[in-house]
Design a protein around this ligand. Structure first.
Ligand code: HEM
Length: 326
């Protein structure tokens, strides 16, 4: 599998240490960030994952359908300013954007609400997640770190994948886009909308570009190393970029606690509103440092589901943030 070979190549670069293991007395969130540092190397001031990114600004305007589903002020139809960060996967800050390792790409959004608070969405280009628990995510990272290109077969990664068939299937859902503006991003974790009548509805977010466009692997590999980071600010000089924020609506019995299980494709999808990116920030490298996007930073009317990854993510992002802003 291509992704596995690429990750083995990262290990071979010497970032990863061959011994698996973690400090047992640490919380799983800390063990995950330790495992990311082991796999990708420690790069002070950078995120433990999605280290390379670009910060932009824009706004969101909700549709009337969104207000019927959730009482969140985000969905009241007013224009909500936002800060967003598009990113490459991995904790390697100088990874070429066209590398297969840079998949999945990320989109993190901080909506600045009229009451002075923020609510966040942290989404990526994987259609579903490779594992369903924090412990499994830690073990996946450690298995990769213990499987450099020259490791004896079957490697720790081969053994781990044998028990977790969603891993290759999930990685196969993300390929390199020709632009951050032409990628489709998925919430993966379920959230629960609560409307004014108190009705509750589990949803998963979809961020849909005007025109999704991907490169084949050979074309992606030929691109300049920063082509995605450079292209978006350049494109914004000529006009705004728009996305449609949508929600896939769970039917009764659809699992909300397992991010490896996409809901059936025929589930209803509701347009929540139009997201417009209109400005690159001039000092993106500095601007990204104090930004902390948290999947659990929510506002009244949007609640976490019973997906255990949401809490694990909140904890791990905070650990990574405290290390990059000591
Ligand atoms: C157990 C599951 C996961 C763990 C432990 C995890 C961990 C992390 C960590 C530690 C960071 C760096 C945060 C920082 O320093 O600010 C990060 C960044 C990120 N993650 Fe995750 N992640 C998980 C799942 C996901 C999922 C399911 C998605 C999307 C659907 C996702 C999307 C992102 C994005 C977009 C960023 C970059 C955020 C930014 O631009 O600041 N992650 N992740």
């Amino acid at each position: 599998m291509r992704k596995r070979m690429m990750l083995a190549a990262v290990a071979a670069l010497g970032f990863a240490s061959p011994e698996p293991g973690w400090a047992e007395d640490e919380a799983v969130e800390t063990q995950i960030v330790d495992a990311m540092n082991k796999l990708f190397g420690t790069h002070p001031e950078f995120r433990a994952n999605h280290a390379k990114g670009v910060v932009v600004e824009g706004s969101f305007k909700a549709s009337p359908e969104a207000a019927a589903l959730s009482k969140a002020i985000l969905f009241d139809g007013s224009t909500i300013p936002l800060t967003a960060r598009f990113s490459d996967s991995t904790g390697i800050p100088n990874l070429p954007d066209g590398s297969d390792l840079a998949n999945p790409h990320g989109m993190a959004i901080k909506y600045h609400l009229p009451d002075g608070s923020d609510t966040d969405m942290v989404i990526n280009s994987l259609k579903f997640f490779p594992v369903s628990s924090g412990a499994d995510f830690r073990d996946l990272l450690l298995a990769l770190a213990a499987s450099p290109a020259n490791a004896a077969k079957p490697t720790k990664f081969d053994e781990f994948v044998a028990g977790h068939p969603a891993i290759p299937a999930a990685f196969a859902t993300a390929t390199t886009p020709d632009s951050f503006a032409d990628e489709e991003y998925y919430g993966v974790n379920a959230f629960v909308f609560v409307n004014k009548a108190g009705e509750r509805q589990a949803v998963r977010y979809l961020m849909v570009p005007e025109r999704p466009l991907h490169l084949d692997a050979a074309d992606a590999a030929k691109q300049p190393p920063d082509f995605l980071m450079d292209e978006l600010p350049e494109r914004l000089k000529h006009g705004p970029v728009t996305f449609h924020l949508k929600a896939q609506i769970a039917a009764l019995g659809d699992p909300t606690d397992d991010a490896t299980k996409p809901w059936p494709a025929d589930r209803k999808v509701v347009e929540l509103g139009m997201l417009t990116i209109d400005k690159a920030v001039p000092n993106s490298a500095e601007a990204q440092k104090p930004l902390l996007f948290l999947p659990g930073q929510l506002t009244d009317g949007i609640e976490p589901s019973d997906d255990p990854l949401i809490d694990v993510r909140n904890g791990a992002y905070a650990v990574s943030f405290s290390r990059r802003n000591p």
